[in-house]
Design a binder for this molecule. Structure first.
Ligand SMILES: Cc1ncc(C[n+]2csc(CCOP(=O)(O)OP(=O)(O)O)c2C)c(N)n1
Length: 642
């Protein structure tokens, strides 16, 4: 830390907090805010969300007894202050670094992280499960799920509340407390009816239910909570026709309260803790994302995710690339395509800037749909649009599309609807680690009848694939793109389309053929150069372009002309390599042992956060590994011939 602290130095675990007074807790919260800023300045990562829950974090650890009481952070991106208070202060400089702390919560990292995350809207379900387990086992301990208003846009949150509301018997010993952390922000502004509903609740300033709650526990509550006007409560209650959605679902709703006021948070949580539980509780807190630093470093996403930065000035150390990312190419090109084709629409699930669609939204506002953190809905919504001859482009990160698998199968593939998926962040993503790696999309899509699967190896191919996807009107298609930059001076006006299911030879060599899918081809090309330096000849390298349909003619004819054949992809087992292996097997090319065949894909374990290059290295997808294995197989083959 770049400053000295009066209290925080003495606090290593939540138990250390409890010796301090409420006034001192406020000082601790101030120090915790500065410490969080100072640590993220060194590592980069999620900042705004953590700064918004500083007081909630302090209050929870002050009142409850973690780890016996379970505090679950939804997404986990706001858990940096929690990590500082739960024994990880001295490791905060390692957050998101190789072998360092995760940028999310992680069970393997600490007993204070009862449930790992990275994807949103899981905390209530996990919390209900833990309370149910405690009930079954006859154990004590409260469960607190802290969930943002953005994460509340996902169906899972309501599925969990629906279930919790019906499990009254589980809440006789242990409490389930949902803290709704309402900062009126997701990564962008949250969208949808629930977001409007929350802001209505928040602006009502009703303190609905607090009065009733405080009647039962009046000796605990701070005075001002007992003083609000009775008339206001009555009219607000009438306005809400006798209750809000949470109450209807069986929750005891308290709030909204100012989630930065420890003098409210602490007594309310203490009251909750000292009351015999009969039903799950929802405490609605109004907070400010990025509180305490958003003036120094103003950003549109309220400091959602930042690079390393200068603590004093807030200036981020960003390296600006002159070439656009694949996501940016998507946004630019789709905007142009929609200029020409009025039926094109774009869909994102709460990631307008991450997917590059913010550009599209600014030009084609009425054709842009941000559905909130609701990937399942996004896919079926796109399917609905497709039934009416609208041309939907549904852009979802590979890792988040996992949520929508049944929708992709049942609503899109079975009905053969021409939804165009842009699968962003496919392959390794680096510091966000295994929860965010785009590992499985090839494997989970390649076995679906009707799908067309494409992966470009450069920006121009991507542009041409987008042209192609526009033309595929009779079946679903998907283009997987990595978290990477393309090249400069792209011609966005290029109108060329690609023949479906045709790959191309990018390098004509001998003996060894590599059939590559996607940008990982670069590693094969580098390995080929290394091979040339040693043996004087290069590999034959095929750019598959399509994983489905496969270019069977090209693959079979190439295999027949080479004695060693590899496939390579930046994806998990069961993907492109499996499809090529099947093709070779079905055509008896592997029967006589004349061809040595190997598939290079991600290993069967989750690779931890690192640089993308190091993750590829660990996955045996690096140029040097490809060179080594080719060399070994080639040398063995030559020796056997002697
Ligand atoms: C299933 C899923 N989709 C998308 C994301 C990307 N994502 C991470 S945080 C976030 C916004 C969360 O907003 P909110 O819950 O309000 O928390 P805040 O950051 O505002 O504190 C999004 C969309 C995700 N983590 N998981």
């Amino acid at each position: 830390m770049s400053f000295t602290t009066k209290y925080l130095d003495k606090i290593n675990f939540p138990v250390d907090l409890k010796q301090f007074s409420l006034a001192e807790l406020q000082e601790i919260a101030n120090e915790l805010r500065q410490a969080t800023i100072s640590f993220v300045a060194q590592t980069g990562g999620h900042l705004g969300a953590g700064l918004g829950v500083i007081e909630i974090t302090c209050a929870l650890h002050y009142v409850f007894n973690a780890p016996q009481d379970k505090i679950i952070w939804d997404v986990g991106h706001q858990s940096y202050p929690h990590k500082i208070l739960t024994g990880r202060k001295n490791l905060m400089h390692t957050v998101r670094k190789p072998n360092g702390l995760s940028g999310f919560t992680k069970r393997a990292e600490s007993e204070f992280d009862p449930f790992g995350a990275g994807h949103s809207s899981t905390s209530i379900s996990a919390g209900v499960g833990i309370v149910a387990a405690k009930h079954l086992k006859g154990e004590n301990g409260d469960v607190i799920a802290v969930i943002g208003d953005g994460a509340m846009s996902a169906g899972m949150a309501y599925e969990a509340m629906n279930n919790a509301g019906a499990l009254k018997e589980c809440f006789t010993n242990n409490r389930l407390i949902i803290i709704l952390n309402d900062n009126e922000m997701s990564i962008a502004k949250p969208t949808g009816a629930m977001a409007n509903y929350f802001s209505k609740l928040a602006s009502s300033k009703s303190y609905l239910k607090i009065r009733e709650f405080s009647k039962r526990l009046s000796h605990h509550f701070p005075d001002q909570l007992n003083k609000y006007p009775r008339k206001l409560e009555k009219s607000i209650k009438e306005w809400w026709m006798g209750g809000n959605i949470f109450e209807e679902m069986g929750f005891y709703y308290i709030g909204p309260i100012d989630g930065h006021r420890l003098d409210l948070l602490v007594p309310i949580l203490q009251n909750i803790q000292q009351t015999q539980p009969t039903q799950p509780i929802l405490l609605h807190c109004i907070t400010e994302k990025g509180k305490g630093y958003s003036e120094t470093m103003p950003t549109a996403d309220k400091l959602h995710a930042v690079s390393t930065f200068d603590y004093a000035t807030g200036i981020q150390h960003k390296t600006k690339s002159s070439s656009p990312s694949y996501s940016q190419v998507f946004g630019e090109k789709l905007t142009l395509l929609a200029d020409q084709q009025p039926n094109i629409v774009a869909i994102t699930a709460a990631m307008p800037s991450g997917t590059g669609l913010d550009v599209f939204a600014s030009k084609h506002k009425n054709k842009f749909f941000d559905v909130g953190i609701a990937e399942q809905h996004a896919v079926t919504f796109a399917a609905g649009l497709a039934t009416e001859n609208i041309v939907p482009f549904c852009a979802i990160y590979s890792t988040f599309l996992q949520r929508s698998y049944d929708q992709v199968v049942h609503d899109v593939a079975i009905q053969n609807l021409p939804v165009r998926f842009i699968i962003d962040r496919a392959g390794f993503v680096g510091a966000d680690g295994p929860t965010h790696a785009g590992s499985f999309d090839i494997a989970y899509l390649i076995n679906l009848p009707n799908m067309v699967l494409m992966a470009p190896t450069n920006g121009l191919e991507f542009i041409q694939m987008l042209n192609t996807a526009c033309m595929i009107n009779n079946q679903p298609s998907a283009i997987r793109i990595p978290r990477a930059n393309t090249q400069e001076n792209l011609n966005y006006h290029d109108t060329q389309t690609l023949p479906i299911g045709k790959g191309k030879v990018v390098l004509q060599g001998q003996n060894i053929a590599i059939i590559a899918y996607g940008t990982i081809i670069e590693n094969a090309l580098q390995a080929s150069k290394m091979f040339f330096a040693k043996y004087g000849f290069e590999f034959t390298i095929i750019n598959a372009l399509f994983a489905k349909p496969l270019d069977e003619d090209l693959i079979l004819s190439t295999a027949k002309k080479h004695s060693i054949v590899f496939t390579i992809e930046e994806g998990a087992m069961g993907g492109f390599g499996s499809a090529v292996a099947h093709l070779l097997l079905q055509n008896n090319l592997l029967d006589a042992g004349k061809i040595i065949f190997r598939s290079l894909f991600m290993p069967d374990y989750f690779i931890e956060q690192n640089t993308i290059e190091a993750m590829q290295e660990e996955a045996n997808l690096s140029p040097s590994f490809i060179f080594e294995i080719a060399k070994k197989l080639y040398d063995t083959q030559q020796n056997n011939k002697l």
